[in-house]
Design a protein around this ligand. Structure first.
Ligand SMILES: Nc1ncnc2c1ncn2[C@@H]1O[C@H](COP(=O)(O)OP(=O)(O)O)[C@@H](O)[C@H]1O
Ligand SMILES: N[C@@H](CCC(=O)OP(=O)(O)O)C(=O)O
Length: 374
């Protein structure tokens, strides 16, 4: 079976649209083109796919609104332009999705938000909730608060991290070229389009070495790097020309457009490997026999009712070890509550969490996606 069928089977996608595409040669947002993408994305959503949109363009739109023809050098000027342009960007997306009766939501993220476990989990639950509500999240970097050292800088990286965050099946990067070529097509007329590769293929670095266009930041290098990051959670990446007619539907139907970059392992296997290898455990949950049984059957979350006792001091988002009553480790996972909260809700049914804590952040102590059976 062709690997292109991954796109047909996808249920959750992150679609990233770069600055080079969104603006009309630096003359502000290209509204008819944005409207056309929204029509395409809505058709995708109506076919049952959850879509997170990562949209660049705030700096480019801000420059146009402020009448600046050259990209500023100073970070504070870029930040000011981004703040001005973000207004136009979200207003335009919102107005276009509204034509179809859909709500959109602005989500601005920084590097720090995704490296801090607690904020990572909060961003993840907000995005998931928006998707559950049928709202289209529109993500960009929170340029106002970042400095050079902690900038994503390019939204390809942000797109990949969001794909990891929401456990997307794939990342679709729409850009101003038809895909990744074996050399920069703007400099070499005989450059050939790459159809399909493993994201880890080292040859890709040589092909992508050409740099970015006038408005974009990273060129193909950051797209290749993004594909590798996305592959860490088992997601594929498609890099494709955003102005090809009906590009979203055609890629979805498995047409050989653009470049497909593949992960080496499946989504769940990748995540579980990451969970198993990356974090130290900070505490222990002793489970009753019923909870041990359902967890070992696989595919189930750990509910507070199955927890007998809690030891250690941990915070929401940290890794804990789950043991049976004889002390044998049965699973590990990222916990949804701080240690004191977990102690307070241990042994109780999920519908009593609000009564005990005064609020409920999650029904599960550990969600099945964040749980590895050992
Ligand atoms: N091997 C390559 N294949 C395709 N494009 C390349 C390659 N090497 C460099 N590029 C450049 O990358 C640019 C796209 O990246 P960029 O300008 O950052 O756009 P975006 O805003 O969509 O992220 C292209 O216009 C092209 O000039
Ligand atoms: N966050 C900023 C910069 C992002 C950026 O330029 O990314 P990209 O065009 O995808 O390479 C913006 O929206 O303009």
């Amino acid at each position: 079976m062709s690997e292109r069928r991954r796109m047909e089977r996808a249920r959750r996608l992150v679609v990233k649209i770069g600055s080079a595409l969104l603006t009309n040669d630096g003359k502000g947002l290209d509204i008819p083109v944005l409207a056309d993408w929204v029509d395409q994305l809505v058709a995708l959503i109506e076919s049952g796919v959850e879509v997170v949109l990562v949209s660049s363009g705030s700096v480019a739109e801000g420059m146009s609104r402020l009448g600046w023809s050259d990209r500023p050098q100073h970070l504070h000027e870029l930040q000011a332009a981004a703040a001005v342009g973000q207004m136009g960007l979200v207003q335009t997306w919102e107005a276009q999705f509204k034509r179809h009766g859909l709500h959109s939501a602005q989500v601005l993220l920084t590097h720090d938000d995704l490296s801090d476990r607690k904020r990572y989990l909060n961003a993840r639950s907000t995005l998931r909730t928006l998707l559950d509500l049928g709202v289209v999240p529109i993500v960009n970097e929170n340029d106002t608060v970042v400095t050079d050292e902690i900038r994503f800088g390019d939204n390809d990286t942000l797109g990949a991290l969001v794909a990891n965050l929401v456990e997307a099946d794939g990342l679709v990067i729409l850009t101003d070229q038809d895909g990744l070529f074996d050399r920069d097509p703007r400099k070499h007329a005989d450059a050939r389009l790459v159809d399909e590769r493993l994201a880890s293929d080292p040859e890709l670095d040589v092909m992508a070495a050409g740099g970015a266009g006038m408005l974009g930041r990273g060129g193909m290098q950051t797209k290749v790097r993004a594909a590798r990051l996305a592959a860490r959670s088992g997601a594929f990446t498609v890099i494709v020309g955003g102005r090809l007619p009906q590009v979203v539907a055609r890629v979805r139907q498995g047409e050989l457009l653009g470049t497909l970059l593949l992960p080496e392992q499946g989504r769940l296997a990748a995540r579980k490997q990451w969970l198993a290898s990356h974090l130290k455990t900070r505490g222990q949950l002793v489970l009753d026999a019923g909870a041990v049984r359902v967890l070992c059957q696989g595919g189930r979350s750990l509910l507070p009712v199955g927890v007998r006792s809690v030891s250690g001091q941990f915070r929401r988002g940290e890794m804990v070890s789950c043991v049976d009553e004889s002390g044998r480790e049965v699973a590990r996972g990222l916990v949804n509550y701080d240690a004191d909260e977990a102690r307070a809700i241990a042994g109780r049914s999920s519908d009593r969490i609000t009564e005990v804590l005064g609020y409920v952040s999650d029904e599960e102590v550990i969600h099945r996606d964040n749980l590895v059976i050992v």
